[in-house]
Structure formats: structure tokens, C-alpha cells
Design a protein around this ligand. Structure first.
Ligand SMILES: [Zn+2]
Length: 459
């Protein structure tokens, strides 16, 4: 190797190795920030303005589905309020989002008796032909049973009456149910709503097609109706239903990411971005999912500003748009900001419950240093830990570019999905005290990160 190229390679290596300041360790973090963290915590816990703002956003604009005017009006409102709060760089950043329209969905049992079945078209689904589809039903408990009974599926409407184990398991039937049913020759498919409980509620969500597989309409029905159809079939009766859905995908339409900055005192060009997604499904008003995530990040900046704490780096509150059926907000943000320096991206999109962990994906050495936050977090909730593995759908594109990611986990593994994508995701189901605890955890983790000395620098 020539000397010149060795020097070049060595310089590149130096640039890419994080520079750590001497004496910075987890004890330093605790000793330096415990008192400030207490001040932040006390202020957040004594302030109801975040919950009030979340409820105002949900109540005033209703659901904020991508492609709706309500979504854009809520974003314009947020930008105006951010300006009133006195933040810098308030921006409505243009994002083209998918424009799927639900239309009307009806489903009727024709045989063995007439009865209405509530149905929710799933996001991206095609509609039925005019006049709907009338067909016999084949109820299955899972994909394995569909495979075993595929000879019986041809020309039928497949109904997935699945057991709930967890969201990741259940959501496969929402996501891939149409493709699997079409491969078996079905003319449409319906899945039990992706929620651990029923109460006769429909839950929406996005589904998927594959280019090589015939597209069939795909909807969600209630847990009760899925089990009702299964009981009929178990008694040797073949239910017959008529399904009518007028959903369609229109051309992409304009929406926005919204953000504002609390400028850093020493490194204003270095950004710690935090937030959630502004859009939600068209039931309820998206209080947990994810107005709370958006408002939480905003509240962190607001409280720091009000008590006069300015971190070294800039903290940016971001409302990413279109997480639910496109991730265009996260993708557009990464595309438009890839040349800005981001030291961290943080997302809160796990429902407002008792906080359990701050997850971090990034440099191993920084993770060890950040462990100093853990005893501070335990003062918010005794179970809280800092653990490896943070991320989120909206921050995923930035993380792919190499930016460390962080997120808040909460206790609501099952309870969250009572509300998630359903009509009961409303402000009254967000506990104000737990919301403040979540905000406090986010504030402490992100503020400390944004204020750390030089060692976060990779240049
Ligand atoms: Zn969400």
C-alpha cells in the first residue's frame, strides 16, 4: 500500500470512529444530570397542558387519516401553535401521501338466515365489483388450516377466525390474508379484527398485495361475527354472505411533516429529533396512536424552553405523517434531511401506559455511558430500564442512514390493542398521569443525549 493511500485510509478510519471525551461514563451522566432531570420531571408532572393539547387536537379535527382534509388542518394548527410557543424553524414539509378512500362497506349473511355483519375494508384493499360479491364462506383458524382445506376455498369468501396470541401474530392475517386466500382460489377474504378483545368493535389497519397474486377484496369483521360464522360451520352449515365494499385508491395527495426546533446552545447544527406520527386510522381519533407521540415530543421542547434549559444540541419536535399506510413521512424526512447532522432520532408510538424501557440502537460504548440514565428513569417508574434495541416505523429510514435510534416502550402490550386502530382510541382512554410519566421519561433521555459533550461526534 502506498504511503499516501495509507494516510487517506487512516484519516477515514479516524473520521468514522466516535470520539469520546475522557471521564465520560455512566457515573458522569448520573452525577451531572440527576438534579436537572428532577427539575424536568417535577415540571412535567405538574402540568396538564400536554394532555389538554392532545385532547384538543383529537376532538377538534377527529381522525386524521392520510388524504383527509382533517389531517392537513390539524397539521396547520400544530404549526401555528409551535410558532406561538416561540420555537425556531417551524416548518410544514411537503409530503405526497397515499390517498385510499374507504367508501362504504356492507356485509350481509344471506343463509342460513339474514343478518348484518359489520365490516371494515382494510387499508389498500380493492373494492368489490359493483353489486358486491355473494359467495359461500370457508372459516379457518389459521393459514395452516387454509392450506389443508385449500381445495374447498375456490370461489369462496375465506374468513380467518383466528385466536389472539399477540399483535405480531394476529396482524399477519390482516397483512397477508388476501394474498393467501387468493392463492387458494378465494374471491374475497375477511379477518377477525386485530385486537385481543371484541366488544363488537371493528379495528382497521393496512393490508398487502403481491404483484404476482390476483387481488381480492380484504376486510376486517368483529371477533364476535368471526366466531359466529365459525360456530355455524362447526354445525355443518355453510354460511353464505354478500360483501360490498366501495373502497378505492385515488392518486397520491399533498400532506406534511411538521417540525420545530429548540436551538442548541453549542451545536445548533447537530439535531436530536423526537416525535411520533400525526396520521391515524379513520376510527376514533388516534389519541394513543399517535397524537400522544407527537404531542409528547413537542411538550418536551415546550417544558425545557419554559424552565430555561437549553441543551448543547438542537432538539426538534417532529410530527411524521402517513405512518399507518405508507411511511411516506419518515421516508421523505430521511430524503430531505440526509445531509443534516442528526445525532439521534426518537419515536414514541407504543401507547400511553406505564413506561417500561428506553430502547437504544447505536454505538455500544455510548449505550454503556447512557446506562447512567437508568437510575434516573427508575425514579419515574421503578421497572424502567435502558435496553438495547430502539426504533420505530417513522425513524426507520433515518436509522438506515446510520443515525442512532431511540424509543419508549410501555406496559400496554395487550391493553394498547383494545384501542389501537379502533373506535375507542379517544382521549378519554389516555391517562393524564401516565402520559406525563411517558413525557418525563422521553424528556430526560433525549435532553441528556442532546446535551452530552463532544463524544457523540463522529467527525
Ligand atoms: Zn402508530
Amino acid at each position: 500500500m502506498k504511503k499516501k493511500s495509507f494516510i487517506l485510509l487512516f484519516s477515514i478510519m479516524i473520521m468514522q470512529i466516535p470520539v469520546y471525551s475522557a471521564g465520560i461514563d455512566s457515573a458522569y451522566i448520573y452525577n451531572t444530570y440527576a438534579q436537572t432531570a428532577k427539575k424536568i420531571f417535577d415540571r412535567i408532572m405538574s402540568d396538564s397542558s400536554a394532555w389538554d393539547r392532545m385532547a384538543l387536537m383529537c376532538d377538534t379535527y377527529g381522525h386524521r387519516f392520510s388524504g383527509s382534509s382533517a389531517l392537513n388542518k390539524s397539521l396547520e394548527w400544530a404549526a401555528q401553535e409551535m410558532k406561538k410557543d416561540g420555537f425556531a424553524n417551524v416548518t410544514l414539509e411537503e409530503v405526497m401521501v397515499p390517498n385510499w378512500k374507504r367508501g362504504i362497506g356492507t356485509c350481509s349473511l344471506i343463509s342460513p338466515r339474514e343478518r348484518e355483519i359489520k365490516v371494515s375494508a382494510l387499508g389498500r384493499s380493492i373494492g368489490t365489483p359493483p353489486g358486491g360479491i355473494e359467495a359461500d364462506v370457508l372459516v379457518v383458524k389459521n393459514f395452516e388450516e387454509l392450506t389443508a382445506k385449500s381445495a374447498q376455498a375456490k370461489g369462496k369468501i375465506v374468513v380467518y377466525a383466528i385466536d389472539w396470541d399477540n399483535y405480531g401474530q394476529a396482524v399477519q392475517y390482516r397483512w397477508a390474508g388476501a394474498v393467501k386466500a387468493a392463492q387458494a382460489g378465494a374471491v374475497a377474504s375477511l379477518t377477525r379484527s386485530s385486537s385481543p378483545i371484541g366488544f363488537d368493535m371493528l379495528h382497521s389497519g393496512v393490508m398487502n398485495y403481491e404483484d404476482t397474486v390476483r387481488k381480492i377484496p380484504h376486510g376486517a369483521i368483529t371477533l364476535e361475527d368471526a366466531l359466529f360464522l365459525k360456530r355455524l360451520q362447526d354445525r355443518g352449515i355453510t354460511p353464505r354472505i354478500r360483501l360490498n365494499m366501495t373502497c378505492e385508491t385515488k392518486p397520491d395527495t399533498l400532506s406534511y411533516n411538521v417540525y420545530c426546533d429548540l436551538k442548541g446552545s453549542e451545536k445548533p447544527e447537530d439535531i436530536v429529533a423526537l416525535g411520533g406520527h400525526s396520521d391515524c386510522w379513520d376510527y376514533g381519533s388516534g389519541a394513543h396512536d399517535d397524537a400522544s407521540g407527537c404531542i409528547a415530543g413537542w411538550q418536551v421542547l415546550k417544558v425545557l424552553k419554559e424552565i430555561g434549559i437549553t441543551p448543547r444540541r438542537t432538539m426538534r419536535s417532529v410530527f411524521w405523517v402517513n405512518e399507518e399506510n405508507g411511511t411516506r413521512g419518515g421516508q421523505t424526512y430521511a430524503e430531505k434531511h440526509k445531509n443534516e447532522k442528526h445525532s439521534l432520532v426518537f419515536e414514541f408510538d407504543s401507547g400511553v401506559f406505564e413506561p417500561t424501557a428506553i430502547g437504544y440502537t447505536g454505538d455500544e460504548h455510548i449505550f454503556e455511558i447512557l446506562k447512567g440514565i437508568e437510575p434516573i428513569l427508575k425514579q419515574i417508574a421503578p421497572e424502567m430500564v435502558l435496553r438495547k434495541g430502539g426504533g420505530g416505523v417513522d425513524i426507520g429510514p433515518m436509522m438506515k442512514l446510520g443515525v442512532p435510534g431511540m424509543s419508549l416502550s410501555t406496559w400496554g402490550k395487550n391493553e394498547y390493542f383494545w384501542f389501537h386502530h379502533g373506535p375507542a382510541d379517544t382521549p378519554d382512554h389516555v391517562d393524564p398521569m401516565l402520559f406525563n410519566k411517558c413525557i418525563a421519561a422521553i424528556a430526560i433521555a433525549t435532553y441528556i443525549y442532546a446535551d452530552l459533550p463532544d463524544f457523540l461526534s463522529t467527525k
